[in-house]
Design a binder for this molecule. Structure first.
Ligand code: F6P
Length: 329
């Protein structure tokens, strides 16, 4: 049991940016932990846009029943252009002040944290961030909420693609999500035994790709899977296929873009537990007097990172895994 030192009586919670499986579990944990400490909770719909427009509703332990297993977010999500402006943030701050809300819990990725950080600096609002994005590209936590589920969704799809690739002896370029980050691409490549992973973090040389694929042909590989992160500099799987298909006619190349199926679905057990821990921790650290921070789990322990640090650094891929993917292909 913690000793609350702050006089926080009312908080609000929102989800923002790209949704991720487990956001609902995090909302539930925020609401139920707050209730356990006698703190009132408002849910804000449609992220920062709803904050600006005053889309608030009181949440109780009952309103978050039966949501831990659901993908998406019951609070809805949005990317708000207006909140990027000073005027938009002032409107949002006023909505909180009008309701005597002492702190805001923001569940999302780096864009969400950037917004929370500026709101706090400009208007002195207490904020805490909970990292939730399928991209896993937030420092200060080993994993973000939703990453594990997205990885397993992609894995399941790619295993199926392997079956048909093998049956027809084809080459498949499979595009996974990750505009700026290759975590999903790298780990699905290892887990599916893909022949190649193209990552936004690494320089991709199309000539080099062609030469590696030709070597594979010599090794008598009958089917091959190339995992392409959406943000890879080749411009994605379709463009890459256009670029190389004439050199590999014998492979009868196909492209499959997994897209938003990676964002949906029931969260894995891992994501539900992670979200529950982070949601509860967010409330506790607020009551302990922390603000302008994000909560994360590193080596199975709670880690607090200032939001300004969280948004200023890019999470690095584990380069031992990048090498492993190359050796095991
Ligand atoms: O939330 C992360 C993410 O899924 C990225 O991997 C992807 O590039 C982006 O969101 C897609 O966003 P939207 O759904 O707005 O097109």
């Amino acid at each position: 049991m913690i000793e609350p030192v702050s006089d926080i009586k009312t908080i609000a919670v929102l989800t923002s940016g790209g949704d991720s499986p487990g956001m609902n579990a995090a909302v539930r944990a925020v609401v139920r932990t707050a209730a356990a400490f006698g703190v009132e909770v408002y849910g804000i719909y449609h992220g920062y846009q709803g904050l600006i427009e005053g889309e608030f509703d009181i949440m109780t332990t009952h309103t978050v029943s039966n949501i831990i297993q659901r993908g998406g977010t019951v609070l809805k999500s949005a990317r708000s252009e207006e909140f990027r402006t000073k005027e938009g943030r002032a409107k949002g701050a006023k909505q909180l002040q009008d309701r005597n809300i002492d702190a805001l819990v923001c569940i999302g990725g780096d864009g969400t944290f950037t917004g929370a950080n500026i709101l706090s600096t400009e208007h002195g609002i207490n904020v805490v961030g909970i990292p939730a994005t399928i991209d896993n590209d937030i420092i200060g936590t080993d994993e973000t909420i939703g990453y594990d589920t997205a990885l397993n969704t992609a894995l399941d799809a790619i295993d199926k693609i392997r079956d048909t690739a093998d049956a027809h002896e084809r080459m498949f370029l499979v595009e996974v999500m990750g505009r700026d980050a290759g975590f999903i691409a790298l780990e699905t490549a290892i887990a599916t035994g893909a022949e190649m992973a193209l990552l936004p973090e690494e320089l991709t040389d199309v000539k080099e790709i062609k030469s590696q694929l030709k070597n594979m042909l010599k090794e008598q590989k009958r089917s091959s899977l190339i995992i392409v992160a959406e943000g890879d500099e080749t411009g994605g799987a379709l463009k890459l296929a256009e670029n190389i298909k004439d050199d590999f006619k014998q492979y009868d190349m196909r492209v499959c873009i997994l897209g938003h199926i990676q964002r949906g679905g029931a969260p894995s057990a891992h994501d539900r537990v992670l979200a529950s821990r982070l949601g509860a921790s967010a409330v506790k650290v607020l009551l302990e007097g922390h603000s302008e921070i994000m909560v994360g789990i590193v080596n199975n322990a709670l880690k607090i990172t200032p939001l300004r640090v969280a948004v200023s650094k890019k999470k690095q891929l584990d380069y031992a895994l990048v090498e492993l993917a190359k050796v095991l292909r």
